[in-house]
Design a binder for this molecule. Structure first.
Ligand SMILES: Cc1cc2nc3c(=O)[nH]c(=O)nc-3n(C[C@H](O)[C@H](O)[C@H](O)COP(=O)(O)OP(=O)(O)OC[C@H]3O[C@@H](n4cnc5c(N)ncnc54)[C@H](O)[C@@H]3O)c2cc1C
Length: 471
């Protein structure tokens, strides 16, 4: 079978070579047409439709080591799939070898030490479920089906970021398989350079097999949800958001979303498909205090829907899942902002009026807090001046609508990027974003990442990622 090599050529992998690999593995090897192949090869963004030649569903670090050795022996192009949520589709390649980590989902929670040990194929929801059993939580993102590995290696933010920083700021250690096929541990006491690079530098240095997360007391109940108004109220809602976010305690995370109303039962039928503006909030401290903190949102203007209430933290962590299903076409543009200028409101409303797809949205989310208080070089994620993430998230169903929706996201981004810190979130970059955007995302840390790459992966074996070249 022809398999793509690192230099873009191909090599014939014979049946006996594959038999030899299979004998060394616990996990399954699958090929096009075989059961599970399509499930493994497809990713969240339907714009990416690639077909790897060999897929291995690893069942542990030993399998990963055997795969690295095999890929190395034949110089195969290797990709790693965590949750498959990367919008650029970096988990898969045409004709290469893919390691699907989705069966490595073991978790062990040490509630005394407040650390969760998670295998790298876990999804966010797996980790939240297990840690909430003892009233603890790691710092993760909003959609429970996202993979922990891609999110953490690229930075990571969510409702707890204001209190504790980027996800990658809250890691005790990681295990990974290097380009030499060695299992090594990275922490502040062991392979410190690698540990620094792994926290923001993506999958450039090896295949992570487990991640140890610092945990914090959260929940089991919080105050969270959203309040929705018609778009006519957007100027007032934007000012409310700006004022509240400017003075909010770190326990409160606030987002503002503009989109067309989904057909959910808690919004009146007559607004379905119409433009709306919403404030998304999660108060992760004491719920009694939270009720007071979110009161100005609930009482503002004439809202048309309100699901902001006391609820389990676990429920909050999957509240938006249904808005982000696998297999739609998606194109995003995103920037970090260091504050919100009032002029941004007008621009948001102007570009919202041009949204055609019922699934697209503009999202402004506050991350200001702990991450700004850490020193610049704390981890490779950097961007210590970022206080908000602004994202134009184009999402639609049909290929023939690609141009229209991509243009919408680009036009809005072009018009608003003057508000940016100059940095952007590497995990939100699309397939067409090049080295300039990567440099902007990694900033001053990039030079250090290049030297870490040169030490740990001098042959650039791990290149199906936001690739940092070793020279
Ligand atoms: C609907 C949606 C919601 C999102 N919400 C948030 C959010 O709230 N907060 C946030 O910070 N981000 C969010 N993201 C962005 C998300 O962090 C990135 O898409 C991330 O890449 C997803 O990780 P994954 O494991 O699912 O991705 P994958 O596509 O599986 O992998 C992404 C990259 O990581 C590499 N990788 C994966 N596993 C490993 C491993 N074990 N070892 C080495 N490299 C590995 C892959 O090779 C690839 O380069 C969201 C994305 C989507 C699509």
């Amino acid at each position: 079978m022809k398999t793509t090599t690192l230099d873009g050529g191909s090599v014939e992998i014979l049946t006996e070579m594959l038999d030899n690999l299979k004998m060394r593995l616990r996990g399954q090897v699958i090929f096009e047409g075989g059961p599970g192949y399509d499930e493994s090869r497809t990713v969240w963004n339907a714009m990416i439709d690639k077909k790897p030649s060999i897929v291995v569903r690893c069942l542990g670090s030993a399998d990963v080591i055997e795969c690295v050795k095999f890929a190395k022996e034949y110089s195969l192009l290797l990709s790693i799939k965590g949750g498959g949520h990367n919008i650029a589709g970096l988990a898969t390649t045409d004709g290469g070898m893919m390691l699907d980590m989705s069966l490595m989902r073991g978790i062990w929670v040490d509630s005394k030490e407040k650390i969760a040990y998670a295998q790298a194929g876990c999804l966010l929801g797996d980790l939240d479920r297990e840690t909430q059993l003892t009233g603890l939580a790691p710092v993760l993102g909003f959609i429970s089906t996202t993979g922990i590995a891609g999110l953490t290696l690229g930075g990571g933010f969510g409702y707890l970021t204001r209190r504790w920083g980027w996800t990658s700021d809250n890691i005790a250690s990681m295990n990974l398989v290097t380009a030499e096929g060695r299992l090594v541990r990275a922490s502040n006491d062991e392979n410190e350079d690698l540990f620094w690079g792994l926290r923001g530098g993506g999958g450039n240095f090896g295949i992570v097999t487990s991640i140890d997360y610092l945990l914090y007391p959260v929940g089991p109940e919080i105050i969270g949800g959203m309040v929705v108004w018609p778009i006519s109220e957007a100027p007032g809602v934007f000012e409310l958001y700006r004022n509240l976010a400017g003075n909010a305690p770190y326990e409160l995370s606030l987002g503002m979303i503009i989109r067309r109303a989904p057909g959910v039962p808690w919004l009146p039928k007559e607004v379905h498909g119409q433009l709306i503006v919403a404030i998304l909030a999660c108060y992760s401290g004491n719920p009694e205090e939270g009720v007071k903190v979110v009161a100005p949102i609930k009482s503002f203007g004439r809202s048309i829907g309100d699901i902001m209430t006391r609820r389990p933290y676990l429920q909050m962590q999957s509240l938006l899942d249904s808005t982000q299903p696998k297999s739609r076409r998606n194109y995003w543009k995103s920037e970090y902002l260091s504050g919100i200028e009032s002029a941004l409101g007008e621009k948001l409303i102007t570009h919202a009026a041009k949204i055609t797809s019922p699934h697209s949205s503009m999202i402004l989310f506050q991350i200001e807090g702990a991450l700004n208080n850490m020193e610049d070089g704390f981890s490779a994620t950097g961007n210590r001046n970022a206080q908000y993430v602004l994202t134009q998230a184009g999402s639609w169903e049909k290929e023939e609508d690609d141009n229209l929706n991509i243009e919408w996201a680009r036009e809005a981004w072009n018009d608003m990027k003057s508000f940016s810190t100059g940095g952007n979130y590497i995990n939100f970059q699309t397939e067409d974003e090049g080295s300039e955007r990567m440099e902007a995302a990694l900033g001053k840390g990039l030079q250090r990442l290049v030297s870490i790459k040169a030490k740990w992966d001098p042959g650039n074996m791990f290149r199906s990622n936001r690739n940092i070249k070793p020279d």
